[in-house]
Ligand binder design. Structure first.
Ligand code: ZN
Length: 386
């Protein structure tokens, strides 16, 4: 991975390169950034840069033997730890390396991947990923071997929050790693990281991408026109992973699809044979568009409802116009803030469950009926569903 292939983040890139050129790369860094900001991509580019045979002022050379091995993620001195699931029926503990082929494939395909993308790719289904105590002991073993060919031995820990309490096993190594060993911990939720670990690393904050960065990235390299890219940027909210998956789908239809769904929810407040048949037909169709597209519509819905709440609170919003504005104004007029918030809760739940492989037909039907209840002011959120 080269820095030039990473969207924006010029400040962080410059800082890393400067430190590397001055031979002052901290031995333990924590890249903290929200999903889709590019923290893992930056960690990979850093590993490649510091082991490059001909590093330039802005990037690794991309062509030396070390760069080529880094590109293919087979450099013998660059190690990856990431959450995995327990392999069955193997009695031995699951280590990151057990999934290295999947890891190389998925990360090369998309270094902005989310934990859910990753877990689904290794067929975790509803299992949570984990970085085990055994993996920590493997890390210690690895970093205590001499580097094979690189200047530095690099240990990247993707989503170090999954270490949980096991992180304590690494404290001594993080504090005093063997010479020429660099830890890069990539973290999305720093509040889940033990203080003892936080205090032993140099924090590097990775900002979420600006809308302009996403628009630029999409129009320059992904054949998306300006108008569509602007729409995508608004929904992606700084997350390049979401922007990419939206760019593969039919985003222009998201607004239409969502308002169609809201109309059907509304019709279910006084269901007729005809409206129910239409709903069943729509659910049938929409359950076939794929999980990513379903998630995107829910995500769009959450952003749309936030605008409804803004209209309720302030009487206007700058962020939407046209048909979206008409629907948002109508919903803001008809529903109380509490009712809108209940719908937000229901759609958040739908997103959560579809991500975890819930059956889309059942989920859509039950959500539609609950949203109809919410529209009638009869929905009472009982269980803390997420
Ligand atoms: Zn190179």
């Amino acid at each position: 991975m080269q820095f030039k292939n990473i969207i924006a983040q010029s400040g962080v890139k410059a800082k890393i390169i400067q430190a590397a050129q001055a031979d002052r790369i901290p031995h333990a860094m924590m890249f903290i950034g929200a999903e889709g900001a590019g923290s893992l991509a930056l960690a990979l580019a850093t590993a490649q840069y510091i082991n490059c045979d001909n590093p330039g002022d802005t990037d690794s050379c991309g062509t030396c033997g070390s760069c080529q091995k880094n590109t293919r993620m087979i450099h013998p001195d660059v190690h990856y730890t990431y959450p995995v699931i327990r392999l069955k029926p193997s009695p031995s503990p699951s280590l990151s390396y057990d999934f290295i082929e999947d890891w190389r494939r998925e990360v090369q395909l998309n270094p902005y991947l989310s934990i859910n993308d990753w877990l689904q790719s290794i067929k975790a289904e509803n299992k949570q990923g984990n970085i085990t105590a055994d993996e920590c002991r493997e890390i210690i073993k690895r970093i205590n071997m001499m580097p094979y060919e690189g200047k530095y031995k690099v240990q990247i820990i993707w989503l170090a929050e999954y270490l949980k309490g096991e992180g304590n096993i690494l404290l001594k190594s993080l504090e005093e790693p063997p010479s020429n060993t660099i830890f890069i911990l990539v973290v999305e939720q720093p509040d889940l990281i033990l203080n003892t670990i936080l205090s032993r690393t140099q924090i590097v904050r990775i900002n979420a991408l600006e809308d302009e960065d996403i628009i630029q990235g999409l129009t320059a390299n992904h054949e998306v026109d300006e108008k569509n890219a602007t729409n995508i940027a608004r929904i992606a909210e700084g997350n390049w992973n979401i922007a990419l998956s939206l760019s593969h789908g039919e985003t222009s239809d998201l607004a239409a699809e969502f308002s169609n769904w809201m109309r059907m929810c509304s019709a279910q407040t006084k269901p007729t044979g005809e409206s129910s048949a239409k709903l069943v037909e729509w659910i049938d169709d929409f359950s076939k568009v794929g999980r990513e597209n379903q998630k995107m519509m829910f995500k769009y819905g959450l952003i749309f409802l936030r605008e409804c709440l803004a209209i309720k609170a302030t009487g206007s919003t700058q962020k939407i116009s046209g048909d979206e504005m008409k629907l948002a104004t109508a919903m803001a007029g008809r529903l109380s803030a509490e009712q809108i918030e209940n719908i937000v809760l229901l759609i958040t739940n739908a997103h959560y469950h579809i991500e975890r492989n819930a059956h889309p037909k059942i989920l859509l039907m039950s959500n539609t009926l609950k949203i109809a209840q919410a529209i009638m002011g009869e929905y009472v959120p009982t269980e803390p569903e997420v």
